[in-house]
Write a protein that binds this ligand. Structure first.
Ligand code: AN0
Ligand code: CP
Length: 316
């Protein structure tokens, strides 16, 4: 595996999940693998989990890690051919090129702008970073995907599924701000690639891009979708069709204990950060049904499995 930007980069999904489980069982078993190798993580946006779990994972593999928070005070130009007489002092081509000279492996987090759908869905920032960096790149969440999150989510489902073929529901939930579709797109893509059936519930107008949801069952009836579910993955996303539109007034879509009661002993999932009593009622988060901390922990083992495969590829 050279780059890790989507499930499409994974040659054997089952083997990668097994690798993550092995890392969890013996975190330090490969602590000399990364010796002498360096990993540079570049964040255009704030992060708690991705930043710290990836650092944890890298250290478990013996990698040296440096992290740059570029969100504040460091504006990069990402478009080609522009006259750079505005706020951005540096172009991504130089910035990523420099990082490629400093590190063996690179990680980058870049959010969707949510104004230009085409630019976001072409992953222009991520692609330019990959081109200019000249090194293997792990996505720490891009405009349209969050593959490390999805791998951790899949691992969590494998660990907690009560039956071989669980009923998995991805449901839209309200949020005051416009958020990307990345987590939801990615969750759908990975769960479907793993061969599970998936139901996606959202208000009208909030359907995800068809390229991510082909094979899933789509519904606008959340209550019906929750009936008999084993996993309820809640997430807000802004609209793909009317790009970036939000619906914070749809408070009727918040996940409550009453809604969870429709499920088949369903477990609650969310990638975090989550807004209590907006996306989900606190009674659900504080209940035994919640898997959110298990998911967050599994971010370490997901990142460690991915970095392990990328390090092996460096040697090859
Ligand atoms: C982001 C999102 O929904 O995409 C990050 C999730 C990992 N969430 C927020 O910005 C609250
Ligand atoms: N779930 C997740 O990626 O969280 P952070 O934004 O804190 O990294």
């Amino acid at each position: 595996m050279k780059h890790f930007t989507s499930v499409k980069d994974v040659p054997d999904l089952e083997a990668l999940v097994a690798r993550a489980r092995a890392m969890k069982a013996r975190p330090r078993a490969h602590e000399s693998l990364g010796r002498g190798c360096t990993l540079g993580l570049f964040f255009f946006n704030a992060s708690l989990r991705t930043r710290l779990s990836t650092e944890r994972a890298a250290r478990n593999l013996g990698l040296e890690v440096s992290i740059m928070d570029a969100g504040r005070g460091w504006q990069l130009e990402t478009e080609d051919g522009v006259v750079m007489d505005g706020a951005a002092a540096e172009h991504i081509r130089e910035a990523a090129g420099v990082l490629g000279r400093y590190f063996d492996l690179l990680g980058v987090r870049t959010f969707a702008g949510l104004t230009d759908r085409q630019a976001d869905y072409e992953e222009r920032v991520l692609q330019r970073f990959i081109e200019a960096g000249g090194r293997p790149v792990v996505s720490l969440e891009s405009a349209t995907r969050h593959p490390l999150q999805s791998l951790a989510d899949l691992l969590t489902i494998e660990e907690h599924k009560p039956v071989a073929r669980p009923r998995i529901v991805l449901t839209w939930a309200p949020h005051p701000r416009a958020l990307p579709q990345a987590v939801a797109n990615s969750f759908a893509e990975w769960v479907l690639a793993a061969g599970y059936e998936l139901t996606i519930a959202c208000p009208e107008g909030f359907e995800l891009a068809p390229e991510f949801t082909k094979g899933a069952t789509l519904t606008h009836d959340q209550d019906a979708a929750l009936e008999g579910a084993h996993f309820v993955y809640a997430k807000n996303w802004s609209a793909w069709r009317d790009y970036g539109a939000t619906a914070p007034h749809r408070t009727d879509w918040m996940i409550t204990p009453e809604k969870m009661a429709r499920t088949e002993g369903g477990r609650f999932m969310h990638c975090l950060p989550v807004r209590r009593n907006v996306v989900v009622h606190e009674a659900v988060l504080d209940s035994a049904a919640s898997l959110v901390l298990e998911q967050a922990e599994n971010r370490i083992w997901a990142a460690q499995a991915v970095l392990f495969e990328m390090l092996k590829n460096l040697d090859a």
